[in-house]
Design a protein around this ligand. Sequence first.
Ligand code: BES
Ligand code: MN
Ligand code: ZN
Length: 501
Amino acid sequence: MEVSIVREPLPESGTLVVFVGADGTLSQAARRLDERAAGLVGRARALLGPKPRHAQVVDLPLPRGLELDRLVVAVLGAGEELSPYGVERAGAAVLAHLERQRVEEAVVASPAGLDLGGLDEARAVVALAAGAELRAWRFDKYRSDAQEEENGRARVKALRFLCDADASQAFARSRAVVEAANWARLLVSEPPNVLYPESYARILEELADLGVEVEVFDARRLEELGMNAILAVGRGSVHPPHMVVMRWRGAEWDRPLALAGKGVCFDSGGISLKPAQGMHDMKWDMAGSAAVAGAIRALAARRAPVDVVAAVGLVENMPSGSAQKPGDIIRTYAGRTVEVLNTDAEGRLVLADVIAWLVRNRDPAAIVDLATLTGAVIVALGKERAGLFASDDDLAAKLERAGEETGERLWRLPLDPEYREMVKGEEADLKNVGRGREAGAIAGAAFILPFAEGRPWAHLDIAGVVWADRDRPLLRKGATGFGVRLLDRFVDLWAEGRGGA
Ligand code: BES
Ligand code: MN
Ligand code: ZN
């Protein structure tokens, strides 16, 4: 889909979208049409019902006096609904409506003239465009009929947003983030025969084109370094593990902010094999790594004045004669020993090594990891919010705020010292499972905590939010790209907190 923001007069033909307020006020564009077509838009109130809802979208019957093919009216609400995320939802709703109506091209008039809350015209239009672009993305590269209509929904080919103010800078910045989020969704959607540690590492290397410093550690390097936890997880696969380190240095900071991501390209469970039902879902067990790679891509593409280093552990968890076994004891990169009691609790092993490597080699000021770590977090929080664990309240508060602002919401769960007892080992320092069904998401977090070695650390268990089984406000069902927009915003908050970036 081609999306542009242009300064042009209202079109005389084609499909036009205009905005009205939930309280019945008309945008400037709506008022102009209303005058031309004798109260038409005003009468749209009947179609919108007595209580127009934010992001409600209707088609108006076209009267004489207008040469348009189609006139669409969309509602902007008030208060929280006029946050950037709220306006993105309205842009997404417009796009979804146009798809349902099989409209291929449309012009979206500016909402100027309405109360836009704290947003100026340019920022509102940019948010509308971002919402539309996120909602339009789909994973159809393997469908031979991709160009044809699917489920009765056509594809919108071009959207032109009208804006009298200069939106070019805000649009370029927003685009960088939207494209990175859609890229993360592609990575998460790719099937495991296409995306495996080596092929994934090759894709991440391309971030160098944006000025990102990319280092790839293959299995031999990991062996030299003693990263035995990630190596143990990958032992059963013909695709050897890799670690990829990506750094965007858009500013000179004493110490970088670090991100870490679980990149399990396929999680069969290993010898502790998962049931067949739903196992294919475990292609998206690398969504944490896609989120942090997407965040780096967004920061680099918008040339953010920050210094952020991200490391991802790419590995396939497979059963075979060479796979690690329940009962194995491994020595992690940090030196701590672990009893592997369940080979399906592999994500925490991967993160243990990746996080310890970051701490010991990149001296980060703080570390945030993202991982589809536990089914238990889905039991606790469902699919609306990801679990947040933190050793540091300030870090947690910034992440929570970024989550609320981007709609990628978090909920903090406890990590009292008592919980750490759950992962103390019998014959080694740690064991990789907790106490059966008790507080499974917390046990996962408690396992990772010591590997941050006292640095401010936060862990996002995103198992419930990376794949949507139905359409969501900003996305159709499938990979959500969760974490890219959240981290992009969080990094800005972090930079502000250190006294300006
Ligand atoms: N990747 C899974 C977590 C997961 C499960 C994500 C279901 C999404 C849906 C993780 O590696 C895993 O298997 N965790 C185990 C841990 C247990 C063995 C302690 C789990 O949650 O069952
Ligand atoms: Mn697993
Ligand atoms: Zn897993």
